[in-house]
Design a protein. Structure first.
Length: 375
């Protein structure tokens, strides 16, 4: 069966995700604000979940319609073919959001959508009560400007949950954002790579996964594996196909941080990710950056000033790192910061900037592309 599928994402990442989906040879890829749509069957669902580096999850969309009243929401929901996916014992909790719409109460929308699905399934299955003891079919609704989109979440936990970072390991950067930064730097494993503010190692680990062309979802499970209409076998086949696409080479990837505890944690995470063989970590001060390279890429996310240190201290750090980088040769730099005065502190205007959102924090990815000595 051919489904309408979509990948929700942070604003600014629609283009890179669309490129990912096209490289995976998926059909009818089209980006819109906050998500990328495509079409495909069970194989497409499994392939996208296992291989996507930047998207947040993979949704199977049942339908879209306009709703200006709760009656229209109920009737539009009931008209959709929920029985093609949800069996009679399936659990189908409902969650979602509403923006700039007449139907603004999320809790009321949840109740109406749930009731409409129940009424539809009662008519199809001929039963009055649903035990919901089987697999979970998380219903997601999005209402924007009175347009309703209803989907089922095929991923379960967000795709940033690769499995190499423990739940208690808090970090300022999601794996998906780290992968987006590396992707936007166009690093593919040929150049030297460095993150001089590596923290728990997320950016170097994602760089190693990209260099190896290793699918980030190889070692985790997905919700649709438990759905009879999709199943585990298709995921097993797509995992094998992903393993066959891996590269095996020598990569020069370095993560550095001034905090020895962060480096120890980064090494543990890299070991869990299976990339410790191609990533080196060391304790070093980024403000003394003087590494030699013929061709190198720095991708990094230094402290912003909001959480880790005071704004003035962050500005001093930017100033010192900017002076060190200016003396280094042949290093391109891709640096994520929310600081509105970053370029002034760093001492140089970026060649390019790209607006991104790190969680709810509006940031810029500052791109310094001149590899030559800048002194």
């Amino acid at each position: 069966m051919n489904y309408s599928l979509s990948v929700p994402c942070l604003l600014g990442l629609e283009g890179p995700i669309a490129d990912e989906l096209r490289r995976l040879e998926l059909q009818d890829v089209a980006a819109e604000n906050g998500r990328v749509n495509f079409r495909g069957g069970a194989e497409a669902i499994a392939r996208a979940n296992i291989n996507l580096r930047i998207g947040e999850r993979v949704l199977l969309e049942l339908g879209r319609f306009q709703a200006l009243s709760f009656d229209e929401l109920f009737e539009g929901t009931r008209a959709l073919p929920w029985e093609t996916i949800i069996p009679r014992d399936g659990a189908f909790p409902v969650k979602g959001y509403s923006l700039n719409s007449k139907l603004f109460s999320v809790s009321d929308c949840q109740k109406i959508i749930k009731k409409a699905i129940v009424e539809r399934l009662k008519a199809v299955y001929g039963i009055e009560w649903f035990p919901e003891t089987g697999a979970c079919y998380q219903v997601q609704f999005a209402i924007m400007k009175d347009q309703v989109s209803l989907s089922l979440d095929t991923s379960g936990e967000g795709l940033h949950k690769r499995g190499y970072r423990p739940a208690h390991n808090a970090a300022p950067l999601k794996e998906t954002m780290a992968a987006a930064m590396v992707t936007l730097s166009r690093y593919r494993g040929r150049d030297d790579f460095c993150d001089p503010f590596c923290g728990s190692g997320t950016i170097p680990i994602e760089a190693a996964l990209i260099a190896k062309n290793r699918a980030p979802g190889l070692n985790r499970s997905f919700r649709a594996m438990d759905w009879p209409v999709i199943g585990r076998a298709v995921f097993d086949r797509e995992r094998e196909a992903a393993r066959d696409r891996e590269y095996h080479g020598n990569y020069r990837i370095l993560g550095a941080d001034i905090d020895p505890k962060a480096i120890a944690l980064a090494e543990e995470n890299a070991k869990r990710a299976g990339v410790l063989d191609c990533v080196r970590f060391e304790v070093a001060d980024a403000t003394n950056f003087d590494r030699k390279t013929e061709r190198g890429v720095i991708v990094t996310n230094p402290p912003y000033g909001e959480r880790i240190m005071e704004k003035e201290e962050a500005e001093r750090l930017y100033r010192a790192f900017g002076a060190a980088w200016a003396k280094a040769e042949n290093w391109q730099l891709y640096l994520l910061s929310s600081h509105t005065e970053f370029e002034r502190c760093f001492g140089r205007q970026a060649d390019k900037k790209r607006k991104l959102y790190n969680g709810m924090i509006k940031c810029d990815l500052f791109m310094y592309l001149n590899r030559g000595n800048r002194t």
